[in-house]
Design a protein around this ligand. Structure first.
Ligand code: DHB
Ligand code: MG
Length: 231
């Protein structure tokens, strides 16, 4: 029994190592960070922001989606340190526009500086406030071609309502952290998970959307919900 158990452990360790190698190889080949992205990570850390940004693969995936829907206007709900914003802003054409909503004014300054360092200040805008207050003001700037939700989790279903109001047929709506090691599909134990579980249920059944959750973070335990607004 001892022998079988240790075989099992080393098998699992091998699988984990293989997955890690795959993530590293894909990152090296498709999602290398340049100085602008590296600076954003360092500055966010120095400012005391939590290190919970998306992975480089997820950043590249957001760019791919932005190009796929010919994005000219992108909206982000929740800026963190500007890391995902840099990936997204770089997918825009010269006249494109990226708006990110951030509740914390100190963090917003970190983000503006990260955008400057990454050379994307010309097409980016950081708006400070509670997203639920700022979103109604965006109606006259809609539709957005891509909307990325990565803010506080309890209002995720409300953010989805606004994303639908601010989008067009063919727009892509992405939400981060919808898997949570599978908890995103179980009976929720707190308000944050309640928001995420409700979000998953909504996108899975809303006839206006075609949706899929994809495990795609560094250890495949969390990832994006991707929805396309049907024509
Ligand atoms: C948390 C939030 C995030 O957006 C994330 O990507 C990871 C963790 C959090 O609030 O714990
Ligand atoms: Mg997140």
């Amino acid at each position: 029994m001892m022998v079988n158990d240790s075989y099992e452990v080393s098998g699992l360790q091998q699988q984990a190592k293989t997955r890690q190698n795959i993530v590293e190889a894909i990152t090296r080949n498709f999602a290398d960070e340049d100085e602008g992205l590296k600076h954003a990570l360092k500055a966010a850390k120095q400012a005391g922001l939590p290190e919970i940004q998306i992975s480089p693969i997820q950043g590249k995936f957001l760019q791919l989606l932005a190009v796929a829907c010919n994005a000219q206007k992108i909206l982000e709900i929740g800026s963190l340190g500007g890391y995902s914003g840099i990936w997204l802003a770089r997918a825009l054409p010269a006249k494109g526009h990226f708006i990110t909503l951030e509740i914390n004014p100190t963090h917003a300054e970190v983000v503006r500086n990260a955008f400057k360092q990454a050379g994307v200040s010309d097409r980016t805008e950081v708006r400070v406030g509670n997203a639920l207050d700022l979103l109604p003001q965006l109606l006259n700037e809609a539709p957005f071609d891509l909307i990325f939700i990565d803010a506080d989790k309890p209002p995720y279903p409300q953010y989805l309502d606004w994303a639908l109001r601010l989008s067009r047929p063919g727009s892509i709506i992405v939400a981060d952290n919808t898997i949570r090691s599978g908890k995103g599909f179980e009976e929720p134990q707190d308000e944050g998970m309640a928001g995420i579980v409700a979000y998953n249920k909504r996108i899975a059944s809303d006839p206006r959307l075609i949706s899929l959750d994809l495990a795609m973070d560094d250890d495949y335990t969390d990832g994006f919900a991707i929805s396309v607004v049907r024509q």
